[in-house]
Design a protein around this ligand. Sequence first.
Ligand code: SF4
Length: 722
Amino acid sequence: MEHSELARRIISVFEPGGTLSQSIKGFEPRMQQRDMVESIINAWETNRDLVVEAGTGTGKTFSYLIPNMLLRKKMIVSTGTKNLQDQLIGRDIPLINMLFSELNYRAFALKGRSNYICLDRFYKIKSAVSKRYSPFRDIDVRELGETCRKLDDFMKENQNGDLSQFGPAGSQHLNKFRCGSSCGGENCPYAKNCYFRTARELAKESDLIVVNHSLLMYAYAKGSDEPDSEILPSVDVVVFDEAHKVPDYARAAFSSSVSNSSFEENLKEIEFYIGQKAPQVINDQQLTLPLEVTAQEEDKCRKLSAYVKNFRIELNSFARKVFGYLESQYPEFVHESRLQIVVRDLEEDPVIPELFVEFGKKAVQLQTELENLLNQYVDDDMQEQNRRSFNPLHSACEGISTLVENYLAVFKVELDKEDRKNYLTVFEADRVSASEFNFHLVQSKLKFADSYVERVFSKIQRAVYTSATLMVNGNFFDFASKLGIDPEQTSFMAYGSPFNYAGQGCLYLPYQGLPSGNDFDSVRAKKVFEQVKPLLRIIDGGFFILCTNMSVMRAIYGMLEQVVKGKRNIYLQGQHAKIEIMRRMQKDQNAVVVATSSFWEGVDVKGKALSCVVIDRLPFPNLSDPLTRALCNAADEEKPKSSFSRVMLPQMLLSLKQGVGRLIRSCSDYGVVMIADDRMNSSRSYVSTTYSNLPPFRVINTLKEVEEFWNRVKNNFPSENK
Ligand code: SF4
């Protein structure tokens, strides 16, 4: 294709002798990167959207940032992980601005409102603390005062009010200070200095806004009359990096959910209101300073407090009745702390449907009661006058109405035999104590492509989706069909990795001793442990043991801890924050990390610090998960016996590609992947497909070969990565 002069200049930036080679020490021109840049330019020139898989090491971020920036496009970059956001804002965009000084691109990372301090809440709480009382039922005034002092200091040093920068110390009660649904908006006395509103304005004025997929879906999928639907300005292009996660976020955006914690959030807002007016009503505090509260106000607070108490009893009673009944009918539930049921499976049950209807009626009644309670005390004039002070009550009331509406809507879908085919409704109850239960009702859309096109894609002028893992079996069908991407309007491109996988890594598959797909967790853990032990003797770099479930993870960790004690540091997922584990791993250079799903992707540990990745089994989705089951049933209904090839295999291959992809992160990385699953040595039909979806590592089967490989490469790591 013949390009414009500007397009040719942009492409030349990436070529040997171009701006990047001249300006960045160690920059190696990569054909794949140049090609990806050209595909971005082609997308603009042909007026098409773009889906592009680019292997690890392509340099994807520069490939989409530089052309779009040099073309002066206003853009949103949506990511799946915080790591990538930090990399874009802290490293890539400033570097590009420096290399092309005429650009001066203003970039801003926008977060959801709950990430920011709400000044209105802060000053209300601080005022209560100064009068020596806590406006919260469950928080001591001294602890609250301590958090206020820390936040005061934090705000003096931190201009943007982003609570993720607050640090772990003293963050105990931060949730009480976050921006939430009870926002006065323009009527708030602090609107001018509000952190969230300022962030939103800065985003609007920026040329490039970095967000996460969750915020983007939330903002775009909302109706125009809902709060935060206008949070993102219109832009020329939305780039979805780590786009393999977009379908999951899209599904979540089109799911409805109701839980006792969502009701509880609103009930706590009511209590916050009571706590400011008449704290003695909610927490038996002996007030040292008299508060100006009239007898009428105190009476109102008492009625509200009684209402909140009653609501809590109803919520808990609902979950307890469902849990209790199922325990009596299904003995296997007696020892479970969590119960998960597909609502439809129990439609013929003589009791369960009744319980749901009963709670629906109760919820409507409670919602009406709250409205009456408010109207009793607040006439229209007073509402207007005191809009600000009544806001927590009104927003709580609206919040409860929305939840009740959601609850009723979920069952409306369930009752319609045609409508419900495309939905899965799951009720989950967790046992908190002997008599207390949390419940969660989630209705997920099985196919959401139409909703995505109508409510998200229609708001995007040009879309670019990119990731290292978008294709399954060499095509984009799975990804594109989930999102309803129109092949007529879209270019699909794939660029391999510039790494020499055959020389840099090996796939180790021992002939004997590997767990089978059906082994119990304890047997699997033991077999994986036995396979890892000799590898620890041979490979003196760091290890990732990636497990497919928590019980295997804990068992392997327990056994390995004894073996590596005093020789290496060993970390279990959850012991520290993920970022801290990665930092320690990089520092230790020979640590062992045992983890599950959250370490399968978005983790970047270079050099000898990560020299071996062990995968405990082929990560097929779990059929005990109701969503997986529902997707499989829907696929089989559409085309008999197609669920394995259309649901199970694609999901497994994408997860496996992500997990294996942790090993080689640069041209000077070396290491071994072991997939501890004897199905890889079998003649099952999907095994060759699995191999063809993995990087082209040399496959080895003996420890001798592992040793030979490791001895050959172990001194090749650059000194900063050794
Ligand atoms: S405008 Fe809303 S979020 Fe901002 S300080 Fe006021 S109440 Fe809080």
